[in-house]
Each structure stands twice: as C-alpha cells, then as structure tokens.
Design a protein around this ligand. Structure first.
Ligand SMILES: [Mn+2]
Length: 401
C-alpha cells in the first residue's frame, strides 16, 4: 500500500561529527529520529492522497491535542487529504473552550458512539496525542473496520498498536513539538499572511506551553519548536486564550481538594466526591494547584464524574509531580494495575498522569442519597489504599479518614 517516493526535498541528515564541532543545543533537523519520522509521514501522506481521515482525540482534549490535530489537518490538506477532528467527551477546561472559540479550531464532539452512518466516509483513522486508550470511541471505530493509519503521540506506550506508521516519542514533552517539527521540516510552509496559519501556530504555542508547565519543563526540542512558532503566532490572541477565567463550580472542586487533602511523604492526595461531566477538567486543575504546596512534590486528585445524559459514572484522577525521578506512567500503572482485559486504568507522560476507573454496575446518581455516600466511601477508600501502599510501603493499609 505504501509507496516509497524519493524525497529530494528532504534535509540532509549527515552532520560532521569531528572533534572541531562545538557543542551546541541540537537543532531539531539534526535529530535523526525526527528526520526519519518526517520522511515516513511524508511518504504516508503521499500514499493516501485523496483519502479522508478521522482524527481522534482523547475524550477530554487538551490544548496539546487540539492544536496538534489542527496542524495535522492543515498539513494533510496540502496532500489532498481531508480530515475531521473529533472527540467523544467534552471540552471542559475554560482555556480549551476559549482556544476553540477564539481560533475557530475545527474540532467537534462525536455525538453517538453507536452512530456508524458516517463511518463509510473515512478511509483511515489517525490518533493524535493519544494511543486510543483515553477515547471511548477507539475500540468502536476499530471494530467498525476503520484502519489505523497514523499515531502521533508523546505518551509512554500504552498498548500494542497496528498502525501503518507510529511516531511515538515519549522523550518529547508535547505532541505540538512533534507537529511543529513537521512544519519546520517542510511538510507545510506556514505563511504569516494566512490567518488560519497564524491561528494554528498560536494554538500550537499554547499546546506546547500547556504540556511543559509554561516551558518550565520544556526540553531543547520544545524550545526550538517554540522559537520557530514565535515567527508566526499571535501574542495577543494567546493572551486572550490564557485569560479565560474559571467557573464557580471549578473553584468549588479546587476548594474541596484543598479541604480533603492528606499529605504523607511529600505526596498530597485528595478525593473530591462527585462532579458533573462538564466540570471534569476541574480535577487536573485541582492537582495543578495542590502540587504547589510547600514540601509537596506530587499531588493526586480524583472524583466520580457522572454523565447525566448517559447515566454513566467513572472515577477520574489526575497526578501532577515536580519530582524528576517519579515516572507518572509507572506510578499509575503500578498503583491501579490492569482491568480483566489487560488494559491499564491509566498512564502518563513526563510530570503528569491520569486514570479512569469505570463505576460500571454501581453507576447511578441519586440526589442526596445514602447510596451516593456509600459508593463514594468505597471508591475513596480503595483508591487511597492503592495510592498509600505505593507512597508508604511500610505502613501497608492505613486508616483513610
Ligand atoms: Mn500532550
């Protein structure tokens, strides 16, 4: 299926390796990893000219995912590939809503997992900033026979993927950096006078800042990508996106996390009880906040998110850490293990991780009921036991009040 065209416009990989070379920060295009990936993606796009791709994001897409998917869509369009960017959950962070509205970012919610009527329009599936494990649509789309064409991600490997090409770079801090390298190496030449291009560059800048804690955790390649984007992005538009304010309900969840937190061995853990689907992003925001406390290097916040439309409940948790030696992916996989089908309940990337545990048969939210209280206590106790066991191995089970 793939054709291997010559890549005459490809940058030369070879760099002199002599002793005279002065040590400098590596240029992205001297990174052979990145070069190989760009060549492979270029060949793949060439081979799929005229196709239509479905670009799938995690259920609660973040700025890194949204901006990277948009960049992919713009790149693919120049290869006559049309893309639709979809997610199955909701946009719940005030900054994400502002980002989408202010830039006109073309992502939409896929309304029903059961709706197959449009699947025939697509020849391929592309995963951006995820590996299918954080989308409730992924299994469904694969079962419906949509071939996985391309995966572009920076999370640690989550499961075995059979894609035509996988550009998985866990050492890169943001998927936006990978997409920016694609742009920089000529998959699409950005034009300062094209407002879609400047808006996409602004979104990418936001995405890469968001995933690197405002560049504080950025590596050399993220800085190089930011430097490249700085020629195209709109600073005023970015500050408008960043000024989006938090809703009262999000503030309430942060307040609950503060009140309920327990700190042991520099790890802060807080359960926040029930929250609405649309406020789900309050959980990572609360974790971001708790990790700023003195003597705390890692924060975990979780709650039961209930989706009124589908009567579905799921425990959602977020981990944030400033401890370089703590691997969030390993930590979460070890704490919660796998479900009966061998899928992990969560994973992570550098400095951050998350988990989702289905409430299943016990789902159902009844206003002010004892049932809700019991259910919360059971999940809260179990999650705390699993976390404290890792944080405090000598003490084993601890009392959770
Ligand atoms: Mn990301």
């Amino acid at each position: 299926m793939m054709t291997f065209n010559s890549d005459s416009e490809a940058p030369d990989v070879a760099e002199p390796n002599g002793n005279s070379a002065i040590s400098v920060v590596p240029r992205p295009n001297s990174d052979s990893d990145s070069d190989d990936s760009v060549q492979a993606v270029r060949r793949l796009l060439d081979a799929h000219r005229g196709d239509r791709h479905l670009v799938l994001l995690q259920d609660f897409p973040d700025p890194d995912a949204l901006s990277s998917a948009w960049a992919y869509k713009l790149i693919a369009a120049s290869y006559k590939i049309e893309c639709d960017i979809v997610y199955a959950g909701t946009l719940s962070h005030q900054e994400n809503i502002a980002l989408v509205r202010l830039t006109g970012l073309p992502a939409r919610r896929w309304l029903s997992a059961a709706d197959n009527s449009h699947l025939g329009d697509y020849q391929g599936l592309v995963l951006v900033d995820n590996q299918g494990t954080t989308s409730q649509l992924y299994e469904h789309l694969r079962e419906a026979g949509l071939p996985l064409v391309l995966v572009i991600d920076h999370h640690a490997p989550q499961s075995k993927l059979d894609a035509e090409y996988i550009d998985l770079r866990p050492h890169i801090r943001a998927t936006a950096t990978i997409l920016t390298e694609y742009l920089q190496q000529g998959l699409l030449n950005l034009d300062r006078n094209n407002s879609k291009h400047t808006k996409c560059a602004t979104a990418l800048m936001h995405g890469l800042r968001a995933d690197t804690n405002q560049l504080m955790h950025a590596g050399a390649s993220d800085f190089m990508a930011a430097a490249y984007l700085s020629q195209f992005y709109d600073g005023q538009l970015l500050s408008a996106v960043l000024q989006a304010s938090r809703s009262k309900r999000v503030m309430d969840v942060i307040e609950r996390s503060l009140r309920n937190r327990k700190v042991q061995n520099n790890v802060s853990i807080a359960g926040v009880g029930y929250l609405r689907y649309d406020d789900r992003d309050a959980i990572p925001q609360a974790a971001d906040f708790l990790v700023t406390e003195e003597n705390v290097h890692t924060a975990v916040v979780y709650g039961i998110v209930h989706d009124e439309d589908e009567e579905r409940e799921v425990v959602i948790g977020s981990l944030r850490t400033s401890k370089i030696t703590l691997d969030p992916d390993e930590f979460i996989k070890e704490a919660f293990g796998q479900d009966s089908e061998g899928r992990f309940f969560g994973g992570g990337r550098s400095m951050a991780g998350g988990f989702e545990i289905p409430v299943g048969f016990l789902s159902g939210f009844y206003e002010n009921s004892e049932y809700n209280r019991h259910k919360w206590e059971v999940f809260d106790t179990q999650i705390k036991q699993k976390l404290w066991r890792l944080v405090n191995p000598e003490e084993g089970m601890i009392n959770t009040d």
